[in-house]
Design a protein around this ligand. Structure first.
Ligand code: PHE
Length: 453
């Protein structure tokens, strides 16, 4: 590990690439349907609290661990533990995260694959004029064949793997620098279109008006899980980018820009989708099918639907690629430290995600009725895919987040931490430090305890 770690070429590159990791399926695919299912504006308020008070401080901590540890996540954590004089096996936290990256990548590729397939359907005019039954059937056929999803998830993983085989600047960095601005342009176009429809007012009301909802622990966990997932906190992807960041980037403003972009994309995705849903009298709480069924039904009816539909699925695919590369980067770096070439490492780990992806593909057809953990009351009825998605976001990410917070807040020296962030002494640093030491661990502990009772 004596070789010097590669780095991004500029502060702009770091921010774009890390925002690219954050902005993903979580923003464009999951956020709208999770908000739709949980009652709109009230959920958004809770989500904002979770995002700003819990997930954002941890994002900063994770980036800092990468910068200070200057290696892949398991090695970085081990380096820091040694420095802090701890005898605990901190590299384990890094390894659990790496397992998490491959699990997320495996189902990510399947959903992103459907997005690519749907983009092609939209572009070739297959949706135009189709009845809603026909579109439901397209979705079912796609999932039922195994071959369709397999082809597309393979293609998506191949693209991801090829980007990660390159060196940091010509692979990961360049992809983020081009795709992120493109994503913003497409999204702005879609919101502009949506604002001219009759459903825009209703969508604003749905997203930004507070209605009484039932504050169950499950809802709070969902909000925290979504906040961690959307900022990519807790698996080591952003820790890796923290290590590539460069020593001169001030952490506070960079994190501010990244979180702002992530939030803006999620809200704009809602503003692109819900006006169409309301204008066409569809159901906002359709769940995961919102993007792949409800939206195509709408694209089938509206004029220009083929163009809007193609643009939408292109947006979703771009968002997914920039996140997927951040999921593959840390394991590749770790194997590189063990002497493997980037190419070999990327193909082996991309291959592992590819294989595991079959568990998600099967969850939509031959394993549809297999609920492996049905003996645990709350997990009854969940497919392997749902268990992986919810298990990683709602359990691994927050727990790893607490571990990061503990390392930064309690093991490392306060002064080293402040200097690592390049932050002046003052109120902002103090608030962040307080929340890392107390608010984050307590909030997450409270959530886990309340979900047990
Ligand atoms: N943040 C990504 C999204 O919102 C998902 C992700 C999670 C990516 C963890 C990397 C690591 O879709």
């Amino acid at each position: 590990m004596s070789a010097k770690l590669p780095s991004f070429s500029s502060r702009f590159a770091f921010i774009m690439v890390t925002a690219g990791a954050a902005v993903g399926l979580g923003n464009v695919w999951a956020f709208p349907f999770v908000v739709g299912m949980n009652g709109g504006g009230s959920f958004i308020v809770i989500y904002l609290l979770a995002l700003l008070l819990v997930a954002t401080p941890v994002l900063m901590a994770e980036l800092l661990l990468g910068r200070m540890g200057a290696a892949s996540p398991p090695t970085a954590l081990a380096n820091l533990a040694t420095k802090a004089g701890s005898r605990q096996k901190w590299s384990l936290v890094g390894w659990v995260g790496l397992v998490g990256t491959i699990v997320i990548l495996s189902f990510y590729a399947v959903i992103a694959g459907q997005s690519m397939a749907w983009g092609l359907l939209a572009a070739s005019g297959e949706f135009s004029g189709a009845s809603s039954d026909a579109i439901v059937a397209m979705d079912q056929d796609h999932k039922a064949t195994v071959y369709g999803p397999m082809l597309w998830h393979s293609l998506f993983l191949l693209m991801t793997t090829l980007v990660v085989t390159r060196d940091i600047r010509s692979g990961i960095e360049r992809t983020g620098k081009y795709l992120m601005p493109a994503l913003f342009v497409i999204l702005a176009g879609l919101v502009f279109y949506a604002s001219s429809t009759t459903g825009f007012g209703k969508a604003l009301d749905f997203l930004f008006n507070f209605r009484a909802i039932d504050l169950k622990p499950a809802l709070l966990i969902e909000a925290v899980g979504q906040a961690f997932f959307t900022l990519s906190v807790g698996v080591g992807g952003v820790m890796m980018f923290g290590a590539y960041m460069g020593d001169d980037v001030k952490m506070g403003p960079a994190v501010f820009a990244i979180v702002l972009m992530d939030l803006v994309v999620a809200l704009l995705a809602g503003l692109a989708i819900f006006p169409l849903v309301f204008a066409e009298g569809m159901d906002p709480s359709a769940g995961p099918g919102l993007v792949f069924i409800t939206l195509p039904v709408i694209f089938a009816r509206i004029t220009g639907g083929a163009v809007i539909g193609t643009a939408f699925f292109l947006l979703l695919t771009f968002a997914a690629i920039t996140s997927a590369i951040s999921l593959l980067a840390p394991t590749v770096q770790r194997l590189n430290e063990a002497g493997w070439s980037r190419t070999k490492a990327a193909f082996v780990m991309g291959g592992a995600a590819w294989l595991l992806g079959f568990a998600t593909i099967f969850s939509f057809n031959i394993w549809q009725d297999w609920h492996p953990l049905s003996f645990i009351g709350a997990l009854d009825g969940k497919t392997v895919f749902e268990l992986m998605r919810e298990g990683v976001s709602n359990i691994i990410l927050p727990l790893a987040g607490v571990a990061y917070a503990y390392m930064v807040g309690w093991r490392l020296k306060r002064e080293d931490v402040r200097q690592g962030l390049l932050m002046p002494e003052g109120i902002i640093f103090n608030i962040w430090y307080f929340s890392i030491r107390f608010i984050v661990p307590l909030a997450i502990a409270a959530l886990f305890l309340s979900s047990l009772v």
